[in-house]
Design a protein around this ligand. Structure first.
Ligand SMILES: Nc1ncnc2c1ncn2[C@@H]1O[C@H](COP(=O)(O)OP(=O)(O)OP(=O)(O)O)[C@@H](O)[C@H]1O
Length: 300
């Protein structure tokens, strides 16, 4: 488990990470969402022990990670711009990583590269941008570390490859002690893979929630209530986070259990009523609006 408490890091006047307290539980896929400059990379660099925090605490399975080589060997960090030695191949890089990471599986790397059609003995410098991303992801997964930090790793992958990468991560989580943390500015990218998502904004955590939990307790509903009194009563009965009325159609984002919400609507004799699935993006927008933030523009 990774736990941070009031973590802060500034670069001159810029507060890159500001009082971040987060918990990343074992064997879950944690999504770190946030716009460009929100502090995701800085946070990952501190969690992996590359950067030292100015103040606050980081505990990776109970220990500080900065200047702690033993802890660092539990962590593999895939930065947004991967670094490969000059003229190196995937196999060269795997052999190099194997010196540092005791559970590095070079044979697995060879197999996975073959499966994905990546030439393991070709110079990585001749790979396309997407191929380099694939290569770095495979190199990271084969490290056998408990933690894998991915900084915008899905960026530049085509949809098929993105799906393959997600499946690979999910498979690893189901097979061994493995906790990937994926930073992305794109909530849609995190939606179908993460168990938990933390949203960073201007260095601070706006939200950190379990994805399933969020989806269970927030719903989008549309209905038409013919009687205005009934409509008023309904609106007062629901815990509404967002509300819009176009002609007679009400569209609402409501907190609560789906059955209870629908039962309340049905009591008001609707001409029409249905629940619509909410995207993670819509949930985050509703949640943060309630907290007084307007993050709509950030994700559009
Ligand atoms: N080495 C540095 N020197 C000065 N400022 C920095 C440095 N690293 C990061 N920053 C600043 O800290 C803030 C957070 O940057 P960071 O790279 O952590 O954001 P990010 O969420 O990863 O952004 P992106 O999605 O664009 O990668 C930004 O304002 C950035 O300019």
């Amino acid at each position: 488990m990774i736990k941070t408490e009031n973590l802060c890091k500034s670069f001159g006047d810029i507060k890159a990470v500001n009082n971040v307290s987060l918990t990343i539980t074992d064997n879950s896929i944690f999504g770190l969402a946030g716009t460009n400059g929100a502090g995701k990379s800085t946070l990952l660099r501190m969690l992996s022990g590359v950067l030292k925090q100015d103040s606050g605490k980081i505990a990776v399975d109970g220990s500080e990670v900065y200047e702690n080589p033993q802890k660092k060997s539990d962590i593999f960090f895939l930065p947004d711009t991967a670094y490969f030695f000059q003229n190196s191949t995937m196999l060269d890089m795997a052999k190099y990583f194997a010196i540092y990471y005791p559970r590095y599986d070079v044979g697995r790397l060879e197999k996975l590269a073959d499966n994905l059609g990546l030439e393991k003995k070709r110079k990585i410098s001749t790979f396309s941008k997407g191929m380099k991303r694939q290569a770095s992801m495979l190199l990271g997964i084969c490290a056998g570390t408990k933690y894998l930090f991915c900084d915008e790793t899905f960026d530049g992958l085509d949809p098929v490859m993105r799906q393959a990468a997600k499946s690979l991560l999910a498979y690893e989580v189901s097979e061994r002690e493995f906790t990937p943390v994926i930073a992305s500015h794109n909530l849609r990218e995190l939606e179908d893979i993460c168990d938990h998502v933390g949203l960073l904004h201007r260095g601070g955590v706006l939200l950190s929630k379990d994805v399933e939990e969020m989806k269970l307790h927030i719903h989008k509903v549309q209905c038409v209530i013919p009687d205005t009194k009934d409509e008023e009563t309904l609106l007062s009965e629901l815990d509404i986070m967002q509300y819009e009325k176009r002609l007679s159609l009400l569209t609402m984002v409501v907190r609560g259990e789906r059955e209870e919400i629908m039962a309340k609507i049905q009591k008001r004799n609707p001409l029409f009523a249905e629940a619509i699935p909410l995207t993670l993006e819509e949930i985050f927008i509703s949640e943060t609006e309630v907290a007084g933030y307007d993050i709509k523009k950030l994700f559009i």
